[in-house]
Design a protein around this ligand. Structure first.
Ligand code: SF4
Ligand code: SF4
Length: 439
């Protein structure tokens, strides 16, 4: 049944998403929706014992949608909570990132155990298919195989699903995968904050202090130089993305792509990735050390300069109708002529929000820190054009749970998520990992 075919890590991840969804309802004082979700979930458990996670999660979404978008809240207006405050955005984003990080952490642990059992020659632990989400190159090749040849790759289907979902999420709410879901982005922020606790050095402040002693013309020149360097470094991630897409599109002609997708090399893609990390070459270790150092010194540097996945999300995000929009009639700068820059000061991507009406920057990851920092009611919002349908933290969470948890679950039931490779074949692939032919 569904539950038994899901790995333990994936089941736990779904359970965490469910709990966060319930918390979202309760914290927003939508107790009607939370109680309805809980009640319907319990009925679902009673009626259909094995796929209880299924029933509960789907009902959670129905309740979330009902409470947020149908007239039920208006009828129960007394039960509704106050307007969203800054701490709501922080909490919602924090819990969303934490759940995703824990989910991937659990999956990673279970995968390590799975590979260890492969090595022993006897497997009792299920392989969490979500690990295929870390195979972006395989996903691009699968995408080409699917679009050009009509081949649905059943070796690592979750790789393509995760790529499409992250892309879709960015199309809906600009690059929000980076700001709300990516476990690497979350780790980068924790790593940077840890470094700040241990060593409070801030190169930006130090640099600004130094500059203030220079003559004006030199300050201008230095500023142009820093902006130019920043732009050049930001191009690195687009270059890496271009290389990956080019390799996927032009690296293999169609007839060879079909053979590659059916071959042992592709079947062992996840094992090869795993081996890269447990038996790293000197180059890999040096690369990792440089990236860790950069992440510790410069906030968000992995996402800003190096991540090709982030570049893909940024490209998708340009088409998103949801953007950070500043309402000049409420913003304190225009309405009261105050020198407020709180939105810009809060932005981890160093975007000059206070000078723009709509934030178009490819570096905006929809983290909403600027919205949370704005002291003017209605001054800033992530919304559709004309500030229509501003996004609430709960709606953001709904979109995330829907796209990153419920859709994979539905695809799982349709057999479009799990890999069809047998454990016996994987044992053989692991034993001959270094001798596998490409085709
Ligand atoms: S502009 Fe606002 S939403 Fe975008 S990255 Fe900066 S703080 Fe986050
Ligand atoms: S924080 Fe709000 S009030 Fe201040 S500049 Fe930004 S949008 Fe205007």
């Amino acid at each position: 049944m569904w539950l038994t075919t899901l790995s333990a890590a994936e089941s736990l991840a779904l359970l965490m998403a469910l709990l966060v969804g319930l918390w979202a309802l309760f914290s927003g004082q939508r107790r009607y929706g939370a109680a309805a979700t809980l009640g319907l979930g319990l009925i679902a458990i009673g009626l259909t014992l094995s796929p209880w996670l299924w029933g509960t999660l789907l009902l959670l979404c129905i309740a979330l949608i009902a409470v947020d978008y149908l007239p039920i809240p208006a009828l129960l207006s007394k039960l509704q909570g106050p307007a969203h405050k800054a701490r709501h955005w922080r909490q919602y984003r924090h819990y969303s990132q934490l759940v995703l990080a824990l989910a991937f952490g659990l999956a990673a642990l279970q995968y390590v155990l799975f590979v260890w059992q492969l090595q022993q020659g006897e497997v009792t632990v299920a392989r969490p298919d979500v690990v295929d989400g870390f195979l972006p190159l395989a996903a691009l090749l699968q995408l080409k195989g699917w679009a050009a040849l009509g081949i649905w790759d059943s070796n690592h289907p979750a790789a393509l699903v995760m790529l499409l979902l992250a892309f879709g999420l960015s199309l809906v709410v600009k690059r929000s995968f980076c700001g709300w879901a990516c476990p690497l982005g979350w780790f980068g922020e924790q790593w940077y904050q840890l470094r700040r606790k241990l060593w409070r050095f801030e190169w930006q402040q130090r640099w600004q202090r130094q500059q203030s002693r220079w003559p004006k013309w030199l300050q201008q020149g230095a500023r142009v130089g820093v902006i130019g360097l920043d732009w050049t470094l930001r191009l690195i991630k687009y270059y890496l993305l271009f290389r990956a897409v080019n390799m996927a599109l032009n690296g293999l002609p169609d007839n060879m792509l079909a053979r590659y997708l059916a071959g042992y090399y592709h079947k062992a893609a996840d094992l090869k990735m795993f081996a890269l990390f447990i038996q790293p070459s000197d180059k890999t270790l040096i690369g990792l050390a440089v990236v860790l150092l950069l992440m510790a010194l410069l906030r968000g540097s992995l996402c800003r300069y190096l991540c090709p996945f982030g570049a893909l999300m940024a490209v998708a995000g340009t088409a998103s109708p949801y953007k950070v929009r500043r309402d000049c009639s409420h913003c304190l700068r225009d309405s009261k002529q105050l020198d407020c820059q709180k939105c810009s000061q809060a932005c981890p991507s160093r975007i000059r929000v206070h000078q723009q009406r709509t934030v178009w920057s490819d570096e905006c990851n929809s983290c909403q820190r600027c919205v949370a920092a704005c002291p003017a009611k209605g001054g800033l919002a992530v919304s559709l054009p004309q500030r229509y349908a501003p996004l609430t933290p709960r709606a953001m969470l709904l979109i995330l749970i829907g796209l990153l948890f419920v859709v994979p679950l539905v695809l799982h039931s349709l057999g479009l998520w799990q890999s069809e490779l047998s454990d016996e074949l994987r044992i053989k692939l692991w034993r001959h990992l270094q001798q596998l032919p490409m085709f």
